[in-house]
Design a protein around this ligand. Structure first.
Ligand code: F6P
Length: 327
């Protein structure tokens, strides 16, 4: 493993998430503070393979902390999964003397980083950039807070129209295989039911509880469903509800990619800045192949392979709270 880092590459990979720009900014400016050369890699690992790499200065990251998306763009690269693609990527780093990488992305991106680092002796640091919050070793992922706030704003609006028409709305939110966006946005909007992949969805129980609420003329019903729920998301749940409870006027709304866009919240800007700063500090201190996370407001370093394998554990307490508050 290389001992002293002099030139670092930074890239954003996988699905974009609000706050990635704040993290890039922190990596670039902290790197320059330490007199390192910092290189931006466009479109994640694809840019490494295609040699789409450029030198970044402090001014390259001016005026981006408040912007969603990522100035480095994002991609999921199939070619990087192949040894030949990774070898090509390595040659492009080597010719510039880039000797370390900061990878901002989710678990798929970390898998790539881990493999690349093992094969070519390049130190890598991972920063958890995903709206899904599906990575172990951190209380926050960059973008989650913004995505949840976007979902909350949208669901509040849906509730207004649901209320006006005495309708039931099934709202599907993102999260891939994780239910955190659904859980947090569902609690914050007072949803009557929240369906998430981490718990078994009992459809009979759902129908019984909606039917019972209808009987006692509880007017507004909001069901928030994670896209990864075992029943296949909002459309399927709405279809079943319509079939079994035809008296309830039911609509479905898939929030989709609006959850990935928009200006990052203050929290996302803060954690992205803190994590980006510590990514470079970590490289300077010779701490390699870890993901920088925050646990109980303290910096927390998780070996990349652990961050990939382990998932966050969902607290049972939240599930109990949902049941009691929605009754
Ligand atoms: O991982 C982030 C995420 O937005 C998931 O919540 C979602 O399942 C997926 O990416 C969507 O991916 P794509 O951008 O390929 O449609």
């Amino acid at each position: 493993m290389a001992t002293k880092v002099t030139k670092i590459g930074v890239l954003t990979s996988g699905g974009d998430s609000p706050g990635m720009n704040a993290a890039i900014r922190a990596v670039v400016r902290t790197g320059i503070y330490h007199e390192l050369e910092v290189y931006g890699v466009m479109r994640g690992y694809s840019g490494m393979i295609d040699d789409d790499i450029f030198r970044m200065e402090s001014r390259s990251v001016a005026n981006i902390i408040q912007r969603g998306g990522t100035i480095l763009k994002c991609a999921r690269s199939d070619e990087f999964r192949e040894p030949a693609g990774r070898a090509k990527a390595y040659e492009n780093l080597k010719k510039r003397g880039i000797d370390a990488l900061v990878v901002i992305g989710g678990d798929g991106s970390f898998k790539g980083a881990q493999k690349f680092s093992n094969e070519f002796d390049i130190p890598c640091i991972g920063l958890p950039g995903t709206i899904d919050k599906d990575i172990a070793g951190t209380d926050f992922t960059i973008g989650f807070d913004t995505a949840v706030n976007t979902a909350v704003e949208a669901i509040d609006k849906i509730r207004d129209t649901a209320d006006a028409h005495d309708r039931l709305f099934v709202v599907e939110v993102m999260g891939r295989d994780a239910g955190y966006i659904a859980l947090h946005s569902g609690i914050a909007t007072g949803a009557e039911n929240i369906l998430i992949p981490e718990t078994k969805t009992n459809i009979d129980e759902l129908i019984a509880s909606l039917g019972e609420k209808e009987k006692r003329r509880k007017l507004v019903n909001l069901v928030v469903v994670a896209e990864g729920d075992e029943f296949g998301g909002g459309n399927e749940i709405a279809r079943i509800v319509k079939k079994r409870l035809p008296n309830i006027d039911t609509r479905v709304c898939i929030l989709g990619h609006i959850q990935r866009g928009g200006a990052p919240t203050c929290l996302d800007r803060l954690i992205a800045s803190r994590m980006g700063y510590h990514a470079v500090e970590s490289l300077m201190q010779g701490r390699y192949n870890v993901m920088v996370g925050i646990v109980n407001n303290k910096l927390h370093y998780t070996p990349l392979d652990h961050a990939i394998k382990a998932k966050q554990k969902l607290s049972n307490q939240w599930l109990k709270i949902v049941k009691i508050l929605a009754s």
